[in-house]
Design a protein. Structure first.
Length: 230
């Protein structure tokens, strides 16, 4: 059998015995207590688990926003724990897009829809967003609209459009449907699926059974530990 042109199985992230502890006025809190798993470079990975199980903390570690306390985190084979803050910001800017839970947190309210997409592209050093993105999101014709004229669900779809405009290797999304009604959430999930189908890795944290079902891989957490990796 012919060798593949490139190895699809090289992980995007490799986490080994990762701990994250936070110092609080009442002492150290262990948010993540030693987890080991890989994130593949394609498809949707869902971090699932009850409140307080460490999902958001892990997403912040994957986003190179928070540093892990011990263990190791490799990004495309690069040990990011050893990088300076400046180097970590560089990786984040060039290769990682983040979508927050509340749609307005992802968008610049005084800019139009098209201007938001352009600003997102430029934040990753690109000249502009692909003009087909709005059509792809199912909100064609809204380019000149203000953000406030879009529904919450449309805003969240645009948030994923802004993520795509940055041409990232991975999109990290913390509970992206939790503030939406069921119909809007389904449309956002469709965008998330198609984003993964375009070859962008998606890692998302959620309680939403529909989102968990969408995952190509589910990492289940409980109290900062891995329950199972399917
Ligand atoms: N910055 C912080 N300082 C102190 N403790 C923190 C911090 N961030 C998270 N924690 C603690 O770490 C644990 C895991 O929190 P995390 O937010 O990652 O959970 P989660 O799975 O995302 O929960 P939820 O489903 O409620 O969003 C919790 O006990 C939380 O209180
Ligand atoms: Mg959370």
């Amino acid at each position: 059998m012919a060798e593949p042109l490139f190895d699809e199985e090289v992980p995007l992230y490799e986490l080994r015995d990762v701990h994250v502890r936070y110092r609080t006025p009442t002492g150290l809190v262990t948010a993540v207590g030693g987890v080991t798993f890989d994130v593949k470079p394609r498809g949707v990975t869902v971090l699932a688990g009850p409140s307080g199980s460490g999902k958001s903390t892990l997403l912040r570690v994957l986003g190179l926003i928070d540093r892990h306390t011990s263990g190791s985190v490799a990004w495309q084979g690069l040990d990011v724990g050893r990088l300076s803050n400046r180097a970590r910001r560089g990786v984040r800017r060039d290769r990682i897009a983040v979508v927050f839970q509340a749609p307005p947190d992802n968008l610049i309210p005084h800019l139009t829809v098209a201007q938001n997409l352009r600003a997102a592209a430029q934040s990753a050093g690109l000249p502009d967003a692909d003009p087909d993105i709005l059509d792809w999101l199912g909100i064609a014709g809204t380019g000149d609209w203000r953000i406030g004229a879009l529904s919450g669900g449309q805003q969240q779809r645009l948030s994923f459009g802004c993520a795509l405009a940055r041409d990232p290797a991975v999109v990290l999304a913390d509970e992206p449907t939790s503030q939406l009604d069921a119909a809007s959430a389904t449309l956002v999930l469709d965008v998330l699926r198609r984003l993964a189908d375009r070859g962008v890795a998606v890692v998302t944290a959620s309680h939403d059974p529909e989102l968990v079902a969408l995952g190509d891989r589910v990492v289940r957490l409980r109290e900062g530990l891995l329950e199972e990796a399917a």
